[in-house]
Design a protein around this ligand. Structure first.
Ligand code: PLP
Length: 382
């Protein structure tokens, strides 16, 4: 079977794991956690980094630290993995859902227009969503596939309305925007090191940012809100720490970040060159500085049933492929979340076929995938 996206563990992973066991440092204290944070600071261009247990908990910690609270709204693109919305819900808040543009990222223009027409600003500067009476507490773009939205414009909106700008960069480690590192764009950004991401720790996450107070708060609440070294705590904290075992794998992975991203981009180029000419399909979008976390095709016609038939036909050829994110506004827990016009997201999500794109995929395997995809598109699946 040629898998969709599996970890590539052929570097120093085993050696560093052995070291964890030999030294007994398997838990949440250890040199690899610190080293992993340092490597993420460098990779993301930030002053601070706080390792967490997942991308979801990284997002939750940021949202709490910027003051997102019960009843608030957080601006979010509807086309994202559900964890982005869940992190908001874990604060007792709701996502306010927006459309994406052709790069599959938050439509900044739609956000600006909606704040102007659907919100009022109180004398104290609070932004209130008029229809629900809820406070808008943050803007949270998602760096889909490693594509970064118009952050200059989103920064302008965030500054004008004094809203924190938080990035779900879970699948975007290594991405850049106009030559700038990922971590310099938002007040704080969340990375994920889940098994299907470009860099994995098995499971894990990271908050990166350069706002000292914000990042201190993130550190505090993710490590049980302890003060001093005894059993004294000053608020309800969380155990969202990364373990040294997770970080050991992560450090070995981060040593190869550039190689991994280069391979992701090669996979993308290979599909682009070999499938790009086929009628009635297009390739995934990629922005300048994008990291091509996932690659695949978008059908011009047809919906989920056709995508499923293609995936089933590829499976018969031992190739794993899948549908992609079903938008948040179509998910049961978020059907009542306030939602803007989401025409583009609705028009595209059920025509997407993700194709094998592990960093360890061989050129031979890529040729096999391309041959089978062509075959299935031309002969089967109708
Ligand atoms: C993977 C992912 C997450 C969640 O990260 P976990 O580490 O699985 O909690 C959130 N948002 C996006 C966009 C992701 O791709």
């Amino acid at each position: 079977m040629i898998p969709l996206a599996v970890p590539n563990l052929t570097g120093n992973e085993k050696k560093y794991l052995d070291n964890c066991i030999d030294t007994t440092f398997v838990s949440s204290v250890g040199e690899y956690v610190t080293r992993m944070e340092d490597m993420c600071k460098v990779a993301c261009g930030t002053v601070y980094a706080v390792a967490t247990s997942s991308g979801t908990t990284a997002l939750h910690a940021i949202l709490m630290s910027v003051g997102v609270d019960r009843g608030d709204l957080v601006i979010l693109p509807t086309f994202t993995f559900i964890a982005s919305a869940n992190a908001i819900a874990h604060c007792g808040a709701k996502p306010w859902l927006f459309d994406i543009n052709e790069d599959w990222v938050l439509d900044a223009q739609a956000v600006e227009a909606a704040i102007q027409t659907k919100c009022s600003v109180t004398p104290e500067g609070k932004v209130i969503h008029i229809a629900t009476g809820r406070r808008v507490a943050a803007i949270m773009p998602v760096y889909t596939l490693g594509n970064i939205p118009d952050m200059n414009r989103l920064r302008g909106i965030a500054d004008q309305y004094r809203l924190p700008l938080i990035a779900d960069a879970a699948c975007a480690v290594g991405a850049t925007y106009k030559g700038r590192s990922l971590g310099t764009l938002a007040n704080a950004s969340a990375l994920s090191f889940n098994g299907n991401k470009t860099i994995t720790c098995g499971g894990g996450g990271m908050v990166v940012g350069s706002d000292e107070n914000l990042m201190k708060h993130v550190r505090h609440i993710t490590t049980t809100a302890r003060i001093g070294t005894e059993y004294e705590f000053d608020m309800v904290g969380y155990n969202y720490r990364m373990t040294n075992v997770q970080a050991a794998i992560g450090c070995a992975q981060m040593e190869r970040l550039d190689t991994f991203i280069e391979r992701k981009r090669e996979v993308y180029r290979f599909y682009h060159q070999n499938l790009g000419g086929i009628e009635n399909i297009s390739l995934f979008p990629v922005t300048e500085g994008g990291t091509c976390w996932y690659s695949g095709i978008v059908l011009e016609h047809g919906g989920l049933d056709k995508v499923r038939r293609i995936c089933a036909a590829l499976k018969e050829q031992n190739i794993e492929s899948r549908t992609f994110w079903k938008p948040v506004h179509l998910q049961k827990p978020y059907r009542d979340a306030p939602c803007q016009d989401v025409t583009y997201a609705e028009s595209i999500w059920d025509r997407i076929v993700t194709l094998p794109c592990s960093t360890g995929i061989t050129d031979d395997e890529l040729r096999t995938v391309v041959g089978c995809v062509k075959d299935v598109l031309i002969h089967g699946s109708n």
